[in-house]
Design a protein around this ligand. Structure first.
Ligand SMILES: Cc1ncc(COP(=O)(O)O)c(C=O)c1O
Length: 457
């Protein structure tokens, strides 16, 4: 009922859809549509949840109007007992750090496998998880898959390993709402038995911003999830009907045309990848990297170009592109990442190619840039929750070495914490952060963005 009238609309009609959004919006909850806060009954909202679950082949689906950020927290609170130990990939999104605070959890970090040649993190490997599980007792496994670069590690093997040990697995699949619908894309986390899978339908599919899904493998977890949804204030009681409607439209498009439109998108991205390899000083990895551990599958619609041979940083290339109203997904010292979607037109691609050609020609006579290796994960002195609420002081950078961090500082993008609140600050950390900052990285989470001072416990 909520959606049926808009069944045939597509993203291309976005402007009209937005006009429809105003009509769909309600300032009070509409009883006849059912409740987002209940998993019982047979009103339209409950039927929507069942249809979404059926589309992904899972037992239950909670559509969120608060993005995957809110869902990561709800999923972890449901999967892990309070104060539990969570095996979690270090390069997880900041919402996962927030979940650690809410649940009083102890993170047991799985280091990101940084590939120096590509300048990107790879996915998790079964061996690394196995070794960590042999050393550490944990209550739950949390993984991000794919990572920002579209790389999927040994996810299926890790889920099987965790399940053998009776551990629930939560996967942040923010960038993978489309995987389930095409064999040309990597295997979806929900298809390898992950217990909770959070996806940003708004990022990759066509939902309005903040429209995300939490997929549940097992119905048993549903009452506990809804307890949290109802009691923790992470879901607004004035949730957005237009966002819900757009989620259903986005998933409907995936069901009906997902394989076709994503195969076409892959072909366009692959052609662009080949063209980038012809640019002087530019390289661009693809599926051929799959001999590397932690590079099992790859979403080719994510195109990462390495510009370090041009004498420019990725940040500089991004800045110049932005000056031409072209907005990459992210940049690092070495790389610039572009997202291709079914909405990416041949004209967009031609414009991007022309700009890149001009930019790298200008930069190609400079030196190759020295790339720093991120420092190793520091020692955890106190739990994230303790660090969050502890009194703090501000000291000069030199004096911060050896102290317990009072802030989680990440280089952004992609937002990987270099030090998390509660961890011991080392000189490597200070130097790495200052180097990244001087090369144009955005430093996220530092009270003093100049990094002259640090907040400590
Ligand atoms: C891996 C990952 N997880 C979660 C999020 C948060 O998703 P949302 O914007 O849907 O809240 C992001 C956002 O960039 C992300 O990249």
């Amino acid at each position: 009922m909520l959606i049926a009238a808009r069944r045939n609309r597509t993203l291309i009609e976005g402007t009209r859809l937005l006009a429809g959004a105003f009509q769909l919006d309600q300032s009070t909850s509409v009883g006849e549509l059912g409740s987002l806060f209940s998993y019982q009954g047979d009103r339209p909202l409950q039927r929507l949840k069942r249809r979404l679950a059926a589309a992904y082949g899972v037992a239950w689906c909670f559509p969120s109007t608060h993005g995957t950020s809110g869902l990561n927290i709800l999923a972890l609170l449901t999967a892990c007992p309070p104060g539990g130990r969570v095996l979690v990939n270090r390069d997880a999104h900041s919402s996962v750090t927030a979940a650690m605070v809410h649940g009083g959890f102890q993170p047991v970090y799985l280091p990101a496998t940084y590939d120096r040649e590509l300048g990107v993190s790879l996915g998790p490997t079964r061996d690394a998880v196995h070794d960590l599980l042999a050393r550490e007792q944990v209550d739950c496994v949390f993984l991000t898959s794919p990572n920002y670069y579209g790389i999927v590690g040994e996810l299926a093997a890790i889920v099987a390993l965790a399940h053998d040990r009776g551990l629930p697995v939560v996967v942040d699949a923010a960038h993978a709402p489309h995987f389930h619908f095409s064999d040309a894309l990597p295997t979806a986390a929900e298809d390898v038995g992950a217990d909770f899978v959070a996806q940003s339908t708004h990022k990759v599919a066509t939902a309005l911003s903040q429209g995300s899904l939490l997929l549940l493998r097992n119905r048993k977890a549903v009452p506990r999830l809804y307890e949290h949804i109802n009691e923790l204030g992470l879901v607004s009681t004035s949730f957005s009907y237009p966002i819900l409607a757009s989620i259903e439209l986005g998933v409907l498009q995936l069901v009906e045309q997902g394989d076709k439109v994503w195969r076409e998108t892959i072909a366009r991205a692959d052609a662009f990848r080949l063209a980038c390899r012809q640019l002087p000083g530019v390289s661009c990895f693809g599926r051929e990297q799959d001999a590397k551990a932690g590079f099992v599958e790859f979403d080719p619609t994510r195109v990462t170009i390495d510009v370090s041979g041009t004498g420019l940083t990725g940040f500089e290339v991004e800045r110049r592109l932005q000056g031409r109203h072209i907005y990459p997904e992210l940049a690092t010292v070495q790389n610039v990442l572009f997202l291709f979607t079914p909405g990416t037109t041949a004209r967009d691609i031609a414009a991007l190619r022309a700009e890149l050609k001009a930019i790298v020609r200008k930069g190609s006579d400079a030196e190759r840039i020295a790339l720093p290796t991120p420092p190793s994960i520091p020692h955890i002195a106190v739990l994230p929750r303790v660090a969050k609420f502890a009194p703090k002081s501000v000291v000069r950078a030199k004096a911060a070495v050896g102290r317990v961090a009072g802030e989680t500082i990440a280089t952004y993008p992609p937002g990987v914490p270099i030090v998390a609140a509660g961890e011991i600050i080392t000189s490597d950390i200070v130097e790495y952060l200052q180097y990244m900052q001087s090369h144009g990285a955005v430093i996220k989470g530092a009270a003093d963005p100049s990094l002259q001072t640090f907040k400590v416990l």
